[in-house]
Design a protein around this ligand. Structure first.
Ligand SMILES: [Zn+2]
Length: 295
């Protein structure tokens, strides 16, 4: 099966488990779901660095240990939800446990292993089900304030929330995580992808020097603290493109790891998308009124 499809299905499976649990308000509590399935969950303070959690199996009995070296409740809940993914996704228990034992996870989109990615996406779907997330998201205008609010509502980390936001938003929004002078990754909403002549930001590429993020990242203290800053920019500063368009750049330090989260919004792009649609309609209309000759 194609990896993109597997990931999509894993996310949907997470949403389905939240639904089966009867959750209709945020947040979704992964501890409660584990308890209802007789899975014992315990904190494990002394895990190896990088290990976010473990799933243990003995016959039909399962247990979850989650790391607490990162003192973020959002990260801990995501780790528990990730382990639930290994329990609920078809084929996972069989794959990770050929026999009884322990599976160690590295949650948080850091592994390129398809089973780990599936479990991460299950966790995103479980903790941020599309319908509930969108209902809350649509009450606010796209930007860092809305993402902070959603992270609070879902009890999820800022980055996981920002990624989900870009995935589900109908606004033109870009989410960029960077460390010092380099981009770790970048996610664009579907509307942002409509930017004519867009140049995608690749993993590891340099943060464009003309951006607020570049200035922010030059001060090592900025990323380590949860300091915030914002400025009006041109979308071309970040994403290139063939036309100049006003945009807004917001940055916040993510603390411990010295990473920065950047949110770029371009409110004018929605209209640009509609303009293009209108052009298409005119072409359709023209095509409809052009006589066709059958052989
Ligand atoms: Zn895992």
């Amino acid at each position: 099966m194609n990896p993109a499809f597997r990931i999509k299905m894993a996310k949907r499976r997470g949403e389905q488990i939240a639904k089966e649990q009867g959750v209709n308000t945020l947040p979704v509590d992964p501890f409660e779901i584990a308890e209802d399935h007789n899975i014992m969950v315990q904190a494990k303070p002394n895990t190896e660095t990088g290990v976010s959690g473990m799933l243990l199996r003995h016959g039909d009995t399962f247990g979850i240990l989650y790391a607490t070296h990162i003192p973020s409740l959002g990260f801990q809940r995501f780790s528990v939800a990730h382990e639930l993914g290994h329990y609920f996704i078809d084929g996972h228990p069989e794959h990770i446990f050929p026999e009884d034992g322990v599976h160690e996870s590295r949650a948080g989109f850091v592994s390129s292993d398809i089973y780990e990615l599936e479990a991460d996406n299950f966790a995103a779907g479980l903790l941020m089900p599309g319908q509930l997330f969108k209902r809350e998201m649509n009450k606010h205008s796209a930007g860092l304030d809305a993402i902070l609010l959603l992270a609070d509502k879902c009890v999820t980390s800022l980055t996981a929330t920002a990624i989900r936001f870009a995935e589900l938003s109908e606004d033109a929004i870009a989410v960029i995580v960077s460390t010092g002078p380099n981009v770790d990754y970048c996610m664009l909403s579907e509307t942002m992808k409509l930017l004519p002549g867009l140049s995608f930001i690749r993993k590891g590429s340099a943060v464009p020097t003309s951006t607020l993020t570049a200035v922010f990242n030059r001060d090592p203290e900025a990323a380590l603290s949860a300091r915030r800053d914002e400025q009006s920019i041109d979308i071309q500063d970040w994403l290139g493109g063939s036309k100049s368009k006003p945009a807004h750049e917001e940055v916040i330090g993510l603390g411990g790891y010295g990473k920065t989260l950047t949110i770029v919004t371009c409110p004018g792009l929605v209209e640009a998308g509609y303009e293009d649609d209108d052009d298409d309609d005119e072409e359709d209309l023209e095509a409809r009124w052009t006589p066709k000759f059958h052989r």
